[in-house]
Design a protein around this ligand. Sequence first.
Ligand SMILES: [Fe+2]
Length: 331
Amino acid sequence: MPRVGVVSGAVAAGLVAAGAAATAQATAQHSRVVAAVQRRLEDTTYQRLGDLGTIDTLSVLPLVDRGVQRPGLRGEPGVSYLVRAGSEVLLFDTGLNLFGRSHSALVDNAEALGVDLAQIPAVVLSHRHDDHVGGVRARRAGSFAFSGDPVEPPGLLAYAPMPLTHRSAEVRVTTRATVLAPGIALLPPLPAALFWDGTPVLEQALVVNVRGVGLVLVSGCGHPGATAMLNLAQAVLDIPLHGVIGGLHLPVRPWPRHLPQALTGSPRPPWRPLSDPDIDLAVARLRAAGVSLVAVSGHDSTPYTMSRFAAAFGAGFREVQVGDEIRVEGR
Ligand SMILES: [Fe+2]
């Protein structure tokens, strides 16, 4: 027994040393990435979009998110929203599908909600993380997927802030503000430094201008943060902000369900996690922008964060839930 104890102690010491070395390396690399992101943000002048135009009605139907509106729909910690803006239709992100199944949450929920994925003409990928491109296999292949099977319709257009390949879709890499159709645009991709990532992640958000109401911003994970995303929207477009729908990446008090998002998707080291001041900052920036609709994704924000937003925005707050359509009518 003493021999086993000695060996176990040596293994434990080795693991601690390896963990400490990996953390030190990540800390040093993170400092470099944070500095690079800061320089890039300071050095970038965003081109203003001219007249974006408007649409009459915006509908965002969550097909994938953590929360569900009713039994029979599947929740998972990923994002996929069906966006109908005037006569335009697109899918925003393609969910997580953790085990690469044919029956992904996206496929099953679309069927349950009467959405025909074969009719989707375009998809926007917010960023290259498993929970937004349809799983680890798709991400590792540098691609995206609706399902474990090749069900993406022929002729599909895909807009991504990073190079992707796909066996049938035409991929367009977005590097600047891009008008998709009158009233609908992609904001320039924003870089974000995450602690365990060696390189900045690029994330893009969608904006829709609803007539007489203003801009609605649709976010995937929201890694750049509410402040940076709203600053960018106001730098690119001279249109009042009405709403924000989607991820704001605020896994505050994450134990146990949101621990993965708090650790792997955090802009901070584990010993300095996102906390109340980060929620305060996001709330203050949203208020300063005059936003009156705040629909927050539960895939990367905790029930505690939701309660804080509910208290701050009252009737203007809602939690994004699969099947719970969010409509914004023009005036
Ligand atoms: Fe995410």
